[in-house]
Design a protein. Sequence first.
Length: 290
Amino acid sequence: MESLRSFLEVRRTGSITAAAESRHMTQPALGKRIAGLERELGVTLFRRGKGRTQAELTPEGAAFSDIAARMLMLYEQAMELREDAGRRFLTAACIRSAHDALMPELLARLRAAHPELCVTVEDHHTAEIFTLLEDRRVDVGITQSAPASGSLTGELLYEEPYRAVFRGDGGAAPEGAADPAELRAEHGIFQAFDGPFETWFDRWWQPYSVKMRVNTTPTAERYFSEPEDWMIVPEAVARSLERRGFVSRPLRSAPPLHRVYLTVRARDRRESLRWFREAALALAAERENA
């Protein structure tokens, strides 16, 4: 574990010297620890040599970084079992829109009902979540499509409409519902939330004709540079953007509803997963009936 911590510190600082200082070790001692880790793994983790002042990750080192961080997290969780044998652990991977629509309240309820449950939350795209679940690197996923793999099972949590988002400081938001026919492609910012949305979008605007294509909403925010700029997002994302000064409008001709699923491994029957599922479904039902 100390070798893993040393490796991650070298990756963070980019320097064996700096990592040794922060770890309160001598440079030779830390270098030996990294070399021992490389021998055990059978790969070179850092490019080193005369004239190099920085420790540059090799492709194998980059691939090992996530594994090392995960191993340390699991080790620390295991050590905590000595202090609290009744504690349960879950790692949830979540699409960004659900962080606003679901997760804060869901986690608060879980903490209140099951204080022994420790939940780690990660932010990922849907395709990444499926892979993480199959690789057993996370325990539960909140995704925007149902899994195709037979090893995973998905359950619809909730549906939400899409809205058009505009700048709030002098932007060109319409008074009422936004008509897609009046939204010019050269001012559009596009993020592919799911397949049905992308199909609908391409019927209104030629593929790749928009001003900018992004893979996260925080990235999109940086490119609202002109008053006419616009973006179409799920309602939860739109409400989050409104809290940061944007305005949103419903659409006259709307895409199919944005669907959000609870996804788990098909044969995982842990009690902590049941707690998570029951709380998520109950909260989603309350939101739908409100």
